[in-house]
Design a protein around this ligand. Structure first.
Ligand SMILES: Nc1ncnc2c1ncn2[C@@H]1O[C@H](COP(=O)(O)OP(=O)(O)OP(=O)(O)O)[C@@H](O)[C@H]1O
Ligand SMILES: [Mg+2]
Length: 302
């Protein structure tokens, strides 16, 4: 990648620039200020997050990427109200977040559907706080199930669905509660590459049609770019925002864009940030010599 002659990831076409100008004029839905989190562990205190600051605008799609252990899940759990912050503040539509609430929908990596409920009943569960009668809740649940393309499976139990279908139900259930923001922690991490790619396109299609803001954690560089308006790149120890990338790829997105110069320029920048030279194979410093069976040559001996 390093030798490719690409445009700067900072360069934006007129259309992309206009899109960002419009986005920045929208209301701020989520505001994170000086957020910090320290855990007490058997080895002493662990500072997972320190001085994290960012804002997300209405209908923005933000992805979060960073090395393992940099505090991504801790961040999203604090935003969800499942974990308390040690310092700083989270405001959602101007209100401080300290407990879970229906204004936030969550989709995590493990399948979190209730196995004893049908698809329709799982989605109806998402509607429970809205005071709807049974018939109305059932009708509305079906609309969300249709949105994720699973109307034929409404009366099926989760164990009869594929991994991708389960996550589509989880998305429908989260959206049914009409949250302001969808918090997603590696929701497609357990899926095979082909299903994952389809799910990314599904999610973008859904997002295009409804008024929802998304914060999406991923390990996958291409996924981070393909989905996002902006990417928050986190650093580890302690976790903090290292860089915010405005993705220069126009919308609507399609997998054909993966090889376009704007996409590759963002990919190259992410690569530099996530895989700096000190983390290459030679530099990680693991002593694996005892795993080379005697009589076999290592590369270095060739
Ligand atoms: N309940 C806890 N008690 C103690 N330490 C914790 C706890 N939860 C997380 N940590 C520590 O906080 C740091 C951040 O963890 P976190 O799970 O947020 O990272 P992550 O970026 O989501 O990692 P991954 O990419 O592997 O999912 C790690 O050092 C982890 O060991
Ligand atoms: Mg995590």
């Amino acid at each position: 990648m390093a030798n490719l002659k690409l445009p700067s990831y900072l360069a934006q076409s007129e259309t992309v620039k206009a899109r960002f100008d419009d986005l920045k004029r929208r209301d701020v839905i989520l505001e994170v200020s000086e957020l910090g989190k320290t855990f007490e562990s058997v080895n002493g205190p662990v500072t997972a997050l320190k001085g994290v600051n960012f804002r997300v605008h209405r209908r923005e799609f933000v992805t979060v990427i960073g090395p393992s252990g940099c505090g991504k899940s801790t961040l999203i759990r604090i935003l969800a109200g499942l974990e308390s912050a040690s310092t700083g503040e989270v405001l959602l539509a101007g209100h401080p977040v300290d407990t879970p609430g229906p204004d936030r929908g969550m989709v995590f990596q493990g399948y979190t559907l209730f196995p004893w409920l049908t698809v329709k009943k799982n989605v109806t569960f998402g509607l429970r706080n809205q005071g709807l009668g049974d018939a109305e809740a059932s009708r509305e649940a079906l609309e969300w199930i249709q949105l994720v393309g699973l109307e034929k499976f409404a009366d099926v139990y989760p164990d009869e669905l594929s991994g991708g279908m389960k996550q589509r139900v989880a998305i429908a259930r989260a959206l049914a509660a009409k949250p302001r923001i969808l918090l997603m922690d590696e929701p497609f991490g357990a899926l095979d590459a082909q299903t994952r790619s389809k799910m990314q396109s599904y999610l973008l299609e859904i997002w295009r049609h409804i008024d929802i803001t998304v914060l999406f954690i991923t390990h996958d560089l291409d996924e981070a770019i393909y989905l996002a308006d902006r990417i928050l790149v986190l650093d580890a120890n302690p976790g903090r925002v290292n860089e915010v990338i405005e993705v220069p790829v126009p919308r609507p997105r399609s997998p054909a864009q993966f090889l376009q110069p704007e996409f590759l320029s963002a990919r190259q920048r992410l690569d530099e940030l996530i895989h700096p030279p000190s983390t290459t194979e030679e530099a990680v410093g693991l002593d694996l010599s005892r795993f080379v069976r005697s009589g076999e040559k290592t590369d270095a001996q060739d």
